[in-house]
Structure formats: C-alpha cells, structure tokens
Design a protein around this ligand. Structure first.
Ligand code: ADP
Length: 205
C-alpha cells in the first residue's frame, strides 16, 4: 500500500491575498488643504470656484477677473445656465483659463443681524461646489474667498464656515477623490482669518 505524499512543511499559499490598505492617517486630512495668496485665474487645478452672482453673467472682483481671463465663451456658457440660487453653484468649462472647470458659486450678501442664515448659505456654496467637483472627477479644487468682498461677509466669520464645510465634505464618502483644496485670496485679512482658524478645523497631527 502506498503512503500518501508527505505534505510540505510550509504549505505554499494557494491564493494570493491582497494586502489590506492601511487606514488613511488623519494627518492626510491636514495635507489636503492649503491657503494661497495669489490670483486664482493662474491656477492649473481641476476646478476653480468663482464668487459669482445670481445672474451668473459676470461682475466685479474675482468674477470679473475669471471672465476676463476665460474669454467671452464663458459668458455664453453661463447665459445658458439661466442663473443660480444663492447658496448653490453651477459648473461650466474653463475656456481660456488653465484649469478644467469653473464652478460658479453664489454666496450670500452678508445680512447684519442674521449671521446664522448667511453662514448656512455660505456653507451650502462650499458643499455644493465640492459635490459638483467630485461628481466631475476633479482631484484639485481652488476656492476664492466667497462673499468676503463686496458681499460683505466678515472674513473672521466666513473662514470657520468655509473650513467646517470643506472638512465635512473631505471626511465624507464623496470627498475621497479630492486630494487638494486650495483657498485662494488676494487679501491679507482673509489669509489672517484662515491662518487663525485652520489649526482648529485642520489640526496638525
Ligand atoms: P463677493 O461678491 O462674493 O464678495 P468678490 O469678488 O467681491 O466676491 O470678493 C471675493 C474675494 O475674492 C475677495 O477676497 C477678493 O479680494 C478676492 N479676489 C478678487 N480678485 C481675485 C483673483 N483674481 N484671485 C483670487 N481672489 C480674488
């Protein structure tokens, strides 16, 4: 009678088990946000977020700068959108700009005495813009400091609203594909406000 073959001392693995991905360390959340003082029209990110008005037909400030740099096709594309509600956003192509998409967010005009309502509308702009960007497969998004110019939102009130909304989105399931959010501003008052609140919303690990 034949004896069964002796099993090898160290059986060879029959199936290949893929390595379990390491949990994303919380430090990466911090690395996904940056503040930059500069001109948003120069950035070759996947999407820039414009501080637009409800008509979406262009205006002053960053809106004017984006339309000038993108060229007249941007206004034609915006006209076809038929406006946008306050607290929301719509997306177009970027035409002459070095980015791929422009997201036109309509921030609230700051209402003295109704900060919470203004804050909710501003948070809606950030959340909706990020949802549009993620839906279009964008990995990098640059925001202008929505409502902090002629719309009168105090920078020290707008910064925590923006940072809270960005953090909530990046931590949620839709935010996974977004590697970098850059907040771009011209003004030192906005840079100062962000630098004050970033350690609270995106603490260094
Ligand atoms: P809003 O009407 O929503 O208040 P504004 O365009 O008046 O929007 O201002 C929003 C912010 O954009 C302000 O902080 C302003 O200094 C800034 N800004 C203006 N032009 C540019 C630009 N080319 N790049 C980045 N930020 C800009």
């Amino acid at each position: 009678r034949k004896l069964p073959p002796t099993p090898p001392a160290h059986p060879l693995p029959t199936t290949h088990t893929p390595p379990t991905p390491a949990p994303r360390p919380s430090s990466t959340l911090n690395a996904r946000l940056a503040v930059l003082r500069g001109d948003i029209t120069h950035l070759a990110v996947d999407a820039v977020v414009n501080a637009a008005n409800r008509s979406l037909l262009g205006g002053g400030g960053v809106d004017g700068a984006i339309h000038r740099a993108a060229g007249p096709q941007l206004q034609r594309a915006c006209r076809a959108l038929g406006g946008c509600a306050t607290g929301s956003a719509k997306m177009t192509a970027a035409y002459g700009l070095p980015c791929r998409h422009v997201i036109h967010a309509v921030g609230p005009v700051y209402e003295l005495g109704d900060g919470p309502r203004s804050a909710a509308l501003l948070a809606g702009c950030y959340a909706r813009s990020l949802a549009l960007a993620a839906g279009a497969g964008c990995r990098s998004v640059a925001f202008s400091a929505i409502s902090t110019g002629v719309y009168g939102f105090p920078s020290r009130e707008a910064a925590p609203v923006a940072l809270g909304a960005i953090r909530r989105f990046l931590e949620g399931p839709e935010g996974e594909g977004i590697d970098k959010v850059v907040i771009v501003t011209f003004e030192m008052k906005d840079v100062d406000a962000y630098n004050e609140f970033i350690p609270l919303y995106f603490p260094p690990v």
